[in-house]
Design a protein around this ligand. Structure first.
Ligand code: UT7
Length: 348
């Protein structure tokens, strides 16, 4: 069976910075509270032009450039997002055209903050089973468009951004070694955005209107029960990370890096303790970007890769959790030593 190696990576964040000091002017909160409870200092806000498509294209172009492939070599694009540009078509299809990846199949995947790790699992299956050679996996969200900036329980947490990786077929012992995916819909009510969905609220009644029209529903915001999500995440991050390590046939001592979803520093610290990893082996950027949902793991991965701290042969655990409730983890071995791109295959 072929392996799926990560050979390209990229990220994009909007320019506009929203600091804790800015939030102090908007809601009853303080920099001290936000930093001590979450670790977040600032986050980025998508401008009007920073659509999910636009942000995805920026991150993807960089990933394709790093991988050194032609967009026409891409067989499949999976875009993990819960903030697509429109209901249909899939934003992944728009991205395909934007990138000139005209040969690629394309679809969106919705698993909230777990979305990128879910998409990595799906993409790597297509490579491991020999169906595809080159897969672009993207995680992008513009959640601040659905945040109520009078709700201090949510508005301090989220930011916008995008991260992307190129997965390529490899004959070496590298790339995605294991995946764990999970979901428990009994916790769906703890984290949700109701509007703009084809649920009953929008169903047409006999007069051609809908409940949404009757109650004057114009815009819906994220609702979150922070304590419930916190308790769930502290348990599930560590458990699912360890499960992925076991599935990869490795021991905790074999893990060099933790690349976790960036929701709350206390949640990340709990996962690191469970994996027995010191802080300097855990990638953290939530102080600068907050929780960027599906983008957080690939953004961390791109930063870590650009830093040069990931050496070939190093093992890392990617782990995320989010609305669903959902969770996902992967063990990835860094390095792309066994990859034959079309170009160097021709060269022999
Ligand atoms: O990708 C998944 C997305 N969601 C998450 O990851 C959320 C996970 N949950 C969390 O990160 C934490 O639960 C929060 C950061 C959201 C909240 O932290 P907490 O330590 O669980 O605080 P709490 O909700 O228990 O609130 C403690 C106090 C309350 O005041 P009282 O009732 O003790 O007087 C809150 O009203 O802090 C108050 N509070 C705030 N104070 C200042 C809540 N939000 C704020 C705020 N600024 N922004």
């Amino acid at each position: 069976m072929r392996n799926a190696a990560i050979t390209g990576w990229g990220m994009y964040v909007p320019e506009q910075v929203l600091t804790n000091a800015d939030l102090e002017q908007m809601v009853e909160t303080s920099d001290e509270w936000i930093v001590s409870r979450t670790g977040i200092r600032e986050r980025r806000l998508a401008a009007e032009t920073d659509t999910t498509l636009a942000m995805s294209a920026q991150a993807s172009r960089r990933a394709i450039e790093v991988a050194g492939i032609d967009p026409l070599d891409i067989d499949l694009i999976i875009l993990a997002t819960v903030t697509p540009d429109m209901f249909m078509p899939a934003t992944a299809s728009l991205l395909q055209t934007e990138l000139g990846a005209h040969r690629a199949a394309a679809f969106d995947l919705a698993a909230a903050c777990s979305g990128f790790v879910y998409a990595l699992a799906v993409g790597s299956q297509f490579i491991q089973t020999g169906v595809h050679r080159n897969v672009l996996v993207v995680g992008t969200d513009a959640l601040t468009r659905f945040i109520d900036f009078t709700d201090r329980g949510t508005c301090i947490l989220f930011g916008d951004g995008s991260g992307a990786v190129v997965l390529q077929a490899s004959d070496a012992e590298e790339g995605v070694l294991s995946n764990v995916l999970g979901s428990d819909g009994r916790g769906a009510q703890h984290l949700h955005i109701d509007g703009f969905a084809s649920n009953g609220l929008f169903a047409r009644n006999g007069n051609g209107g809908s409940v949404a029209d009757e109650v004057g529903l114009q815009r819906t915001f994220m609702k979150m029960n922070g304590n419930e999500v916190y308790r769930f995440s502290v348990r599930v991050m560590g458990e699912t990370a360890v499960e992925a390590v076991n599935k990869a046939g490795l021991r905790l001592g074999d893990i060099d890096w933790l690349i976790p979803h960036q929701a709350n520093l206390r949640i990340i610290d709990a996962a690191a303790r469970r994996l027995d990893l010191p802080r300097d082996r855990v990638w953290v950027n939530l102080d600068r970007y907050g929780n960027t949902s599906a983008a957080s793991v690939p953004m961390c991965l791109a930063e870590a890769a650009d830093s040069g701290k990931l050496q070939p042969g190093m093992n890392m655990v990617l782990v995320a959790f989010g609305a669903g409730l959902s969770w996902a983890s992967s063990v990835v071995r860094w390095g792309a030593t066994g990859v034959r791109t079309k170009a160097n295959e021709r060269d022999g």
